[in-house]
Design a protein around this ligand. Sequence first.
Ligand SMILES: Nc1ncnc2c1ncn2[C@@H]1O[C@H](COP(=O)(O)OP(=O)(O)OP(=O)(O)O)[C@@H](O)[C@H]1O
Ligand SMILES: [Mg+2]
Length: 371
Amino acid sequence: MIVAKKRSLDAQLFGRLFGAFPVALAVIDRDLLIQYSNETFSKVFGLKGAALSLAVTKFLPFGEVENLVGCAMSERKSKEAELQLGSPPGGSAFFRTTVIPFALKGDLGSLFLVTLEDVSERVRLEEQLLQAEKLSAMGQMAASIAHELGNPLSVMITSLEYLRHAIPRSTRGLQEQIEIMEENAKRMHELLTSLADMSGLRRFQPEKEDIRKAVIPVLFFVGRMAEKSKVTVKSDLSSELPPCRIDLRQLKQVFLNLLKNAIESMPKGGTITVRTRCRCNLLLRADMQTGSFSEGSGFVIVEIEDTGKGIPPSDLETIFRPFHSTKKRGMGLGLSLCRGIIENHGGKIWAASQKGKGSCFIVEIPADCGL
Ligand SMILES: Nc1ncnc2c1ncn2[C@@H]1O[C@H](COP(=O)(O)OP(=O)(O)OP(=O)(O)O)[C@@H](O)[C@H]1O
Ligand SMILES: [Mg+2]
């Protein structure tokens, strides 16, 4: 009677101790049958109650679990392995599985405690890291190729320019062929420059400037392209912006990419609105009479809004990944290049969109109001 009472107390204590333990636990015997399982175990495998008397191989890969138990039994010490489970209802798939032999009545190896620690998140992060390393290795390779090919290509472009001017205008056919070669060589050069920029090969040369100096020349530059596509470009550029520390050449490239994308998103024409504004308490501290700003922190914001086809919510982040493109002839490098440059400036870039109505790309750069 006393023994039975003690056993039930043991079972209660065992249940209390391990029931809600965050690691899935099961006690199995030599035949791999479950003698005890806790709540986390049931949760992981979507069971309503405990998994009593079921074979543990119903839940874990047969060969691997048998092997772990066999080794734990013969070596009389705990064994562990990382097992991938099909797809348990909890959605996690990788578990660090430990099999620990123990004895209730002196016979070590008659029972085994199996613990299952969910390591799916760690495995996922490792995979992401590996992917990032691969990308960075690819970037470095691309950068060195870009560097090696860039110089001879520049020489070719200069020679073609020279030829085009040197050949008499009367030889129209020949001139046209040179123009085609020149245009294509320039496109290749642009691409190589983008690759080099992406891997940070080019030097970042920031200077204290008004951000409009990076916006206005690009608006002028895309004017013809927009006109051809029946796109109207409107601008609303605030003249009360604090200066920023920016690399003008790199920022022009960002705005050029964003404007090109906006034009390409409206094959039947539309409107692009470019706005600049300031998000800070700097304006409150600004001396409106002299137009100077006192020290402080804040951001200058540039928005490029279009009335194009829009971007689905699920793509708002992926569009910034390298090689993500929905265009026939797109490389998918423009936006990832933009993000690299803006982050290098200590800023942020993101997109907002309403499918069918248009998209807005927002660039935020820290203001530099130091004296
Ligand atoms: N303004 C926009 N409206 C709708 N979709 C856009 C817009 N800007 C970018 N996208 C989407 O994001 C994708 C990635 O843009 P990104 O500029 O990185 O590459 P791309 O334009 O396809 O090629 P490229 O390397 O020549 O720039 C585009 O293919 C397009 O699907
Ligand atoms: Mg693009």
